[in-house]
Write a protein that binds this ligand. Structure first.
Ligand SMILES: *Cc1c(COP(=O)(O)O)cnc(C)c1O
Length: 405
């Protein structure tokens, strides 16, 4: 039973700013795709800490990398560079379109860097009138004031005073509206190459290709927010690789650190040179401790075995979810790519996704939501098949529970 000296969920309401409403259980330990709470109850983890724990919990190689670096040096600041940051940047450059890397600590911060760089590039090259940013409804890019304003849910950016300007939101996958919106004053288009928080919405092939072509035509930079889709999540190292469309700037975070807070902005030489010493920065960005761990994550994920393993696991997840649906008839479809999957609820269950998450916890499986109408799955990229099967069996119990409620 819970040790009387352990902090409880009630303490959260006492001492934490109420930005969240966490579940009543408190996990204390994890191994692979299993997690244990204060009462030693065990859960199958289909959530991965919101698409973060790419190699599960406490992967021995990551624990090793962390411990090794912990005994060397933790932090220097960017007054000096460090070996793990250089190695990580080299790995990222060698395996993507990018020539240059900027490190940040979270997805929102990486996106903030992307947007500032795009604005500065346009300002330097074309003058101050080229400042328009096009983004998409239901898109999510982080919680800094710039990124949350570029994000496509006004309720997250309203009520904080004057917003950063010259940002237009249009519907995702709506090519005609996009064509009518982009012009020579557009400096950047920011898009998720598969909308995550917005409900697991994949892009149409024709749409994303045309977005690329029109950006090139209008000298607008194409920014791919791959914070959620990146680092193997879709079965490609980055989702752009599976789409055959290359951005000018890309942000990556979440899976990149496997649970350690790190993010990066990737771009080309031509764009990168518009940031100079002093234009942008971060005290912690590229800190040796986090980079040492991320180096190991990239090394382990960026292999044909792990990436093709993601595709195999996608099939197992889809088959299991489809079987549950054949019995219970609750989803309209299962969509997404790799291990970023969404089960869209039928109209009669819409608005109730959180009930499935909570019922999942009661039944011993952790899942996510993507808005009120979609249940999201983002497990470890190397989750064992038996954990997928056990997790799905528990999820089916959770479904039955919600249906009986
Ligand atoms: C999670 C997420 C972010 C924000 O990342 P933080 O690390 O929370 O700042 C930005 N963009 C996308 C697509 C995300 O999924």
């Amino acid at each position: 039973m819970t040790n009387a000296n352990h902090p409880t969920r009630a303490l959260f309401d006492e001492v934490m700013v109420p930005t969240y409403n966490p579940a009543t259980i408190i996990p204390v330990r994890g191994e692979g795709s299993r997690v244990w709470d204060q009462d030693e109850r065990e859960y199958v983890d289909f959530a991965g800490g919101i698409a973060v724990s790419a190699l599960g919990h406490c992967h021995p190689a990551l624990v090793g990398a962390l411990n090794e670096q912990a005994n060397k040096i933790w932090h220097l600041s960017n007054v000096m560079t460090n070996e793990p940051a250089l190695k990580l940047a080299k790995q990222l450059v060698d395996s993507t379109f990018a020539d240059k890397v900027f490190f940040a600590n979270s997805g929102g911060e990486a996106n903030e860097a992307c947007l500032k760089l795009a604005r500065r590039y346009a300002f330097d090259k074309f003058g101050e009138k080229k400042n328009k940013i096009i983004a998409f409804k239901q898109g999510f890019h982080g919680r800094t004031f710039f990124t949350v304003t570029v994000g496509g849910q006004p309720k997250y950016s309203d009520g904080f005073g004057p917003k950063p300007g010259a940002i237009t939101h249009i519907p995702y996958n709506d090519l005609e509206t996009f064509k009518a919106t982009i012009d020579d004053e557009t400096c950047a288009v920011m898009i998720e190459p598969l909308q995550g928080e917005g409900g697991i919405i994949p892009p149409d092939a024709e749409f994303i290709q045309q977005v690329r072509d029109l950006c090139t035509q209008h000298n607008a930079l194409l920014i791919f927010d791959e914070v959620q889709t990146g680092m193997g999540r879709t079965g490609e190292l980055y989702a752009y690789m599976g789409l055959g469309v290359t951005p000018d700037i890309l942000s990556t975070a979440k899976s990149l650190g496997g649970g350690i807070p790190i993010a990066a902005m990737l771009t080309t030489n031509e764009v990168a040179e518009h940031f100079q010493p002093g234009t942008h920065g971060s005290t912690y960005g590229g800190n040796p401790l986090v980079c040492a761990v991320a180096n190991k994550v990239v090394e382990l994920v960026n292999t044909p075995q792990v990436l093709s393993g993601v595709k195999a696991r996608e099939q197992w997840m889809r088959e299991g979810l489809n079987q549950i649906n054949e019995k219970h008839h609750i989803f309209t479809e299962v969509r997404g790519k790799g291990l970023l999957l969404g089960a869209a609820l039928k109209p009669e269950y819409q608005g109730r996704s959180r009930e499935f998450l909570m019922a999942g916890i009661e039944c011993g499986v952790m899942v996510l939501v993507a808005g009120p109408d979609v249940i999201r799955f983002a497990p470890s990229l190397i989750i064992p098949r038996e954990d997928i099967e056990e997790g799905l069996a528990r999820f089916e119990q959770a479904v039955a529970k919600v249906m009986d409620a």
